[in-house]
Design a binder for this molecule. Structure first.
Ligand code: ZN
Ligand code: FE
Ligand code: FE
Ligand code: ZN
Length: 263
């Protein structure tokens, strides 16, 4: 039985649907357990795609209300946290502010002013070699793994979102990052969100995931739903990919502890 731990709420400003609608969609899709993980607040007005700091209690309350409405359905409380160097202390502070089941680490920012998945910066891809952009992304992802702040790490090769790809064998970008993930003992996300983007591919690529399996890196399979209709999006494809590269189990999360589950 399946889970989906990467679901958003309208508090981030770019997702639609109330938590109860995500729960109903999850039950419809036959999921056994779900978790919400909206974009974390930052200490300052950072960008326009996350809740404000004063909205965090409201976020927690929304999830508690969903739990009350569906008392027999496991609904976990998580947060998708941007990993940005110099904000590690902020993440440690957030970790104390609620009874989290898990914190997700994400790299969206590859420089302080470039969230690499944001279409408003698409022009920058023409101003710099693609190799350099990919390297900056995976350097940041490696640092995120080394930080040991998170329970699992989201959308591993998000940098491919718009379809930009360096030439040749891409393992030169993956190797150091995968070693750091294995060393940290952190769980890796397989995300079907990429199937909904220009790249039309699961995050991460088959090669990346096979190399993760070779290092015995555990995984969790998620949709990154920003609407109820995206809950469990194309999960058959992700589970098939995971099995094909050798995975026989996925991880579950409760109170920041990992539980192994057979697939
Ligand atoms: Zn989002
Ligand atoms: Fe993300
Ligand atoms: Fe997300
Ligand atoms: Zn995400």
């Amino acid at each position: 039985m399946r889970t989906d731990y990467h679901l958003h709420t309208p508090l981030c400003g770019h997702a639609t649907g109330e938590p109860r609608e995500y729960v109903l969609a999850a039950q419809q899709a036959g999921l056994e357990e779900i978790g919400f993980s909206d974009h974390n607040p930052m200490p300052t007005q950072f960008d326009d795609w996350r809740m404000a700091p004063e909205q965090l209690p409201q976020y927690v309350k929304m999830i508690e209300e969903a739990r009350r409405e569906f008392p027999r359905y496991p609904i976990r409380l998580g947060l998708e946290c941007d990993f940005i160097p110099a904000y590690e202390e902020h993440i440690r502070d957030l970790a104390k502010l609620a009874d989290w089941d898990y914190l997700i680490g994400s790299v969206h920012y590859i420089t302080p002013d470039w969230d690499v998945d944001n279409p408003k910066h698409l022009k920058r891809w023409t101003e710099q070699p693609v190799d350099q952009i990919w390297q900056a992304y995976f350097d940041a992802y490696t640092k995120m793994a080394e930080s040991c702040l998170f329970d699992f790490l989201a959308h591993p090769d998000l940098v491919k979102k718009f379809g930009h790809r360096p030439e040749g064998d891409l393992s030169r970008f993956y190797r150091r990052t995968l070693d750091a993930i294995a060393e940290a003992g952190v769980v890796l996300e397989v995300s079907t969100a990429g199937l909904r983007k220009d790249v039309h591919e699961i995050y991460p690529s088959r090669d990346f995931l096979a190399a993760a399996h070779a290092r015995r890196i555990p995984i969790v399979i998620n949709s990154d739903a920003h609407a109820p209709s995206e809950v469990a999006y194309e999960f058959d494809l992700a589970y098939t990919l995971a099995r094909e590269v050798g995975y026989t189990e996925v991880m579950r999360f409760e109170k920041r502890k990992v539980v192994v589950h057979e697939i």
